[in-house]
Design a protein around this ligand. Structure first.
Ligand code: ZN
Length: 586
């Protein structure tokens, strides 16, 4: 028995020719689409919005047409390479009905605009002043230690966007589900998670999370106790969930902004380099240069001229823009750009390394056919810059580049550093599983539109041990305050990234000759061996299933929590000692 009847198959050569044309045309179309989206994101007004919607619809309609055309081919009879390309083409959820498509684009644009123009307003010196998320509210969350002000900012942003977004979002869920259904997916979540090429993605993620959760629970208990002693036990209970507005970030995703409140050894120097950056007169451009130098030190590519010409690296004063940091590939002549509203501080130095990881990936796989010009899976794309950051943001490295002047090599400073790292990595992992559990249940219908917010907070509590600062109702739509939900991303891209970047780091450190057990101290700067290993994986793009790319990089073909746990092992031990018999959990 053969499972493919070859004589009915369309000739492979014909399929190959068709795919070549598909790739060429897709490239051109994505170039124009990204130009239109870029024009809108860097100058948000009704005209650019309309043009972006048009461009988006055109690509969708074209893809739909080609998808129908592709149905005459018989991928099962072809080589693996061709089968993969046809599979990638099939990952499409565009509704057949052009009215549905138009409605979908319009609603998507509406909620994205609500999100990116949402402001929290208050009276200041007898005038009403409205603050956008970036940079005003982010700054307030990072620096304010005033319980009431944080509560105002937390509520204000959500009030500005949630209620107005809720019905639109619910309608979008229907449209996205029906689009995905037309293409053979059970619901939109199935489509969203397909590119990860992991069977039962959320189960796998929950399995990994259960290994990391003990560290999260220790961290949570420690932070909670410190917050309770700062804000008072009437505001923060020492046994219950933490109020979500006190963690230094509007979503409580990264907690390192409250490092000053939770520093293990406050008399030891902090590794935050913000003050040195300011003292030394760094500007955003120079911060980019220092990050670029790390990539070139391991033999990766310099940023092309066009990057410097066309990127938006600071917030322009004269127009509304979307500030959320993003990296863009324009798919021709190495035209790659970032869009972000850089501030001169420690956090942004990390963000720059992160974004330049995306840019480096774009540059390395630029010779692949268009369908393969992507990460091995979405998590890989997010992991590249972070992997570099694990070296570039170590105290030892920051000292080398003159950004950290006073850093003693003591156990105390090591714990200070690891706690700061943990505040950024571990809560974000919790949030990743939490959000996608919510998304998958929403798209599968397990969570219905009349219980969006209740279920949101149930999961916030279950996974993260967080509670809202004030009671929430179904009038509110707190999921809508999160960029990735509004913009239709799976958070698994970050979850996967936060797991595998430690695996990558471990293998690059081995390559660079770093001793075992020193993962948190390793810096691969200047190691061309590490760079070669990384480049080999980056150049593959998405041409093979991710376990192959993982193997090139690490020798393993599975995600594993062992590297991240090893990295934080000294901190875990310290947290256990600190928490002792105190209550943990919530
Ligand atoms: Zn990213």
């Amino acid at each position: 028995m053969v499972d493919v009847v070859i004589d009915e198959a369309v000739d492979e050569t014909e399929a190959r020719v068709w795919l070549r044309q598909y790739n060429d045309e897709l490239r051109k179309r994505k170039t124009s689409l990204n130009e239109a989206s870029w024009a809108h994101s860097t100058d948000m007004n009704p005209a650019t919005a309309e043009a972006a919607i048009q461009a988006n619809n055109q690509v969708h309609e074209w893809k739909l047409k080609k998808l129908k055309e592709a149905s005459r081919f018989t991928p099962a009879a072809y080589s693996e390479d061709l089968r993969r390309q046809f599979w990638l083409i099939s990952l499409d959820g565009t509704p057949e009905d052009s009215n549905d498509l138009r409605q979908m684009s319009k609603l998507t644009n509406d909620i994205e605009s609500l999100y990116s123009t949402g402001k929290a307003c208050r009276e200041e010196n007898e005038n009403e002043v409205c603050h956008p998320l970036e940079p005003d509210l982010e700054h307030i969350f990072a620096t304010s230690r005033d319980y009431d002000e944080l509560e105002w900012a937390w509520i204000g942003f959500r009030d500005a966007i949630g209620p107005a977004m809720r019905d639109k979002f619910a309608r979008l869920v229907e449209l996205k589900n029906s689009g995905a259904g037309e293409h053979g997916f059970g619901n939109f979540w199935e489509l969203l998670s397909a590119p990860f090429e992991i069977e039962n993605l959320l189960e796998v993620a929950n399995g990994l999370w259960s290994e990391i959760r003990p560290l999260y629970v220790q961290l949570h208990a420690y932070v909670r106790r410190r917050l309770a002693s700062f804000y008072g036990e009437d505001k923060v209970s020492t046994t219950g969930p933490i109020p979500a507005h006190l963690l230094g970030n509007i979503w409580a995703k990264w907690w390192s902004n409250i490092y000053d409140l939770v520093a293990p050894y406050p008399d030891q120097p902090d590794m935050n380099v913000t003050s040195v950056l300011l003292q030394k007169g760094y500007d955003p451009l120079r911060m980019f240069k220092i990050a670029e130098k790390f990539f070139t030190s391991i033999g990766l590519r310099e940023l092309p001229e066009v990057f410097w010409e066309k990127s938006m690296i600071v917030r322009p004063a004269d127009r509304e823009v979307s500030c959320h940091p993003t990296s863009w590939d324009f798919y021709h002549h190495s035209d790659v750009r970032v869009k972000m509203c850089t501030e001169v501080n420690h956090e942004f130095l990390g963000t720059i390394h992160h974004e330049l990881g995306h840019i480096q990936y774009f540059l390395q796989y630029e010779d692949q056919p268009m369908l393969y010009r992507d990460g091995a899976n979405p998590g890989f794309h997010e992991a590249v810059g972070d992997t570099v950051s694990l070296s570039a943001m170590t105290p030892a490295h920051l000292r080398t580049v003159g950004l950290l002047t006073d850093w003693p090599d003591t156990h105390e400073s090591e714990i200070n550093f690891l706690l700061r790292q943990a505040l950024d990595k571990i809560p974000a992992l919790a949030m990743g599983v939490m959000i996608d559990t919510w998304q998958s249940r929403v798209f599968s219908g397990k969570i219905t539109a009349d219980e969006y917010n209740r279920e949101w907070w149930k999961l916030r509590l279950e996974y993260q041990g967080l509670s809202p600062p004030v009671p929430r109702t179904e009038e509110d739509f707190d999921a809508g305050s999160k960029f990735h939900i509004v913009y239709g991303f799976a958070m698994m891209r970050y979850f996967v990234s936060y797991i595998i970047q430690f695996q990558f780091h471990e293998s690059l450190c081995r390559e660079a000759g770093y001793p075992h057990g020193q993962l948190h101290k390793c810096d691969i700067y200047g190691s061309s061996q590490a760079g070669d290993r990384l480049r080999e994986m980056l150049r593959m793009g998405n041409s093979q299933p991710w376990p192959e790319a993982m193997k090139v990089m690490t020798g393993q073909n599975k995600m594993a929590a062992s590297a991240i746990l090893e990295y934080f092992q000294p901190l875990m031990k310290w947290l256990r000692e600190q928490n002792g018999d105190e209550s943990i959990g919530w």
